[in-house]
Design a protein around this ligand. Structure first.
Ligand SMILES: NC(=O)c1ccc[n+]([C@@H]2O[C@H](COP(=O)([O-])OP(=O)(O)OC[C@H]3O[C@@H](n4cnc5c(N)ncnc54)[C@H](O)[C@@H]3O)[C@@H](O)[C@H]2O)c1
Length: 324
């Protein structure tokens, strides 16, 4: 029988910081399926225990990555640490210091503990926001950095620590730069993919989806199962050590197209409503090259935007059914 790369997790201790959040909880579920013992460290700032299954192999610790002693204690014996904990772009824009403390300070704590404990692999979840408005499309990992928000500064700071701990101390790190992850489990308040659930929410209520700006801004939307697989490939792959990978689809989608697909899925006769752009929407176009991760980690996205949105729509419908 052919082995699956995630068989490597069987019987191993994996720590997922921010594991009660959107992407983190989906990672936890995949790890449990693969037979790992999983510890979640989360302060429930945006995450929720309701996102996590009840499972004998899952331990949930309520606390902050800002607390070094707790981070070190949690990481003892871990073979892999998947570092997802972060204050998001909205929190960061309102309060850059809070962002700094978690996103930079918390990442430094994870790496200091990994260095001390000789953790075999830390995977850090960064963001395509570090590219800002890029000069070239699709954006590859060597594109120049263009920081347009305090959040992108802190996510890049975490990347820099990962790279420098690898170069200086030999700590085994890998970085994944996610682009707009969406899918089942997403919270409408989650700013990265909130647009997807907000459009669904509006359309299901028979309201027009509200678009900030002219709707011609673009994003590269990544289905959450694909982001999970890419992250876990970066954990198990020897080649990923010390590297940075884009995690996206390579397809550029306008917000107008997104609204049309969602209106179509719900079978409604609606037109979007256009309102002022927000201060966090200062990136006009985004589409990422995924050649590096495809070649080196043999990861490729399996969900088109149409299929991913259909799955998300089915999940939203199942929630509404359970409520009634
Ligand atoms: N979702 C996306 O599209 C996207 C895009 C780019 C990067 N990212 C990165 O991916 C990671 C996960 O994002 P998400 O969408 O799941 O967000 P999320 O807000 O759902 O998850 C973040 C989790 O971290 C926890 N957390 C926050 N501060 C913490 C602290 N100090 N200590 C411990 N836990 C803390 C939150 O409670 C939450 O459970 C983040 O690092 C984010 O920067 C996400």
């Amino acid at each position: 029988m052919n082995e699956h790369p995630f068989d490597a997790f069987r019987g191993k201790l994996v720590v997922v910081t921010g594991g009660a959040g959107f992407v983190g909880s989906n990672i936890v579920k995949r790890l449990l399926e693969a037979g790992a013992h999983v510890k979640v460290l989360d302060d429930f700032y945006t995450g929720s225990e309701a996102n996590l299954p009840k499972h004998d192999e899952l331990e949930v610790i309520c606390g902050s990555v800002v607390d070094f002693d707790l981070v070190r204690e949690t990481m003892k014996g871990a073979e892999y640490v998947i570092h997802e904990a972060a204050r998001n772009i909205i929190v960061s824009t309102k309060n850059p210091r809070e962002d700094y403390e978690t996103n930079i300070g918390g990442t430094l704590n994870v790496l200091l503990a990994a260095r001390e404990l000789n953790t075999p692999r830390v995977v850090y979840s960064s963001s395509a926001s570090v590219y800002g408005n890029p000069r070239h499309l699709p954006i590859n990992e060597d594109e120049s950095i263009n920081l347009l928000s305090p959040y992108s500064v802190s996510k890049l700071g975490g990347e820099g620590y990962c790279k420098s701990f690898y170069e200086t101390y030999g700590t085994s790190t890998a970085v994944v730069r996610y682009s707009n992850v969406y899918g089942p489990g997403q919270d409408p308040a989650n700013p990265y993919c909130g647009v997807v659930s907000k459009f669904f929410e509006a359309v299901l209520n028979g309201d027009a989806p509200r678009i900030h700006g002219d709707g011609e801004q673009t994003r590269d939307f990544t289905y959450v199962d694909d982001a999970v697989d890419a992250t876990l490939m970066a954990a198990v792959s020897v080649k990923a050590e010390g590297k940075i990978y884009n995690v996206a689809t390579g397809r550029e989608v306008t917000i107008n197209q997104l609204a049309r697909i969602i209106i179509g899925l719900a079978g409604k006769d609606l037109e979007p409503e256009y309102v002022d752009r927000r201060d966090i929407d200062n990136i006009r176009r985004r589409v990422l090259s995924i050649e590096k991760i495809r070649m080196e980690l043999r990861w490729t996205p399996t969900f088109t935007i149409e299929r991913g949105l259909k799955r998300t729509y089915e999940w939203i419908l199942s929630l509404t059914k359970n409520e009634s």
